[in-house]
Ligand binder design. Structure first.
Ligand SMILES: [Zn+2]
Ligand SMILES: [Zn+2]
Ligand SMILES: [Zn+2]
Length: 160
């Protein structure tokens, strides 16, 4: 009688789950591997260097140096976009949109308020921040949740 071949499902996991987990082990950050960073990508995709962090979903377009866990989704695959501005142009927004359109949910790990003035009122947007501290039209050195008046005050690229 032929014996069963070994598969990941015979040890209770699927391939996506396992590759995310292995990536998390490799990153050495020590935070749950399925959490999504404010840059819009998995925390396990960030690498720690002596000078700080970088996000390696694709080195060419995410320069996140200050990772922050903001949400835990039921599925991590949708979080693969790049940022080209704040709000709907931000990788986090695109990931959430895709997650939702595939019928999955997520829970926030942080309070939703403006990182700059602290307001919870009105719309709060994810925004990439460039080296000079202004709103970027590409991936940011860091990212923040900001209300519209703070976005206006900070200034930067508003090609919306
Ligand atoms: Zn990040
Ligand atoms: Zn990133
Ligand atoms: Zn604000």
């Amino acid at each position: 009688m032929p014996l069963d071949s070994v598969t990941l499902s015979s040890v209770g996991v699927n391939e996506e789950e396992m590759s995310d987990y292995m990536a998390a082990l490799g990153s050495g950050i020590g935070i749950p591997e399925r959490h999504i960073c404010i840059c819009g990508h998995q925390l396990s995709r960030h690498e720690k260097w002596e000078i700080g962090f970088s996000c390696v979903v694709s080195k060419s377009w995410c320069s996140c140096t200050e990772p922050l866990a903001v949400l835990q989704p039921e599925r991590v695959k949708p979080f693969r976009y790049s940022s080209s501005g704040y709000g709907k142009k931000h990788a986090l927004t695109k990931g959430i949109y895709t997650l939702k359109s595939q019928g999955f949910g997520a829970t926030w790990l942080i309070e939703i308020n403006c990182f700059r003035c602290g307001t919870k009122n009105g719309k709060i947007y994810p925004a990439p921040i460039d080296r000079a501290g202004r709103i970027a039209s590409e991936s940011g050195k860091k990212n923040a949740l900001l209300c519209f008046s703070c976005i206006n005050e900070i200034g930067g690229a508003f090609y919306y």
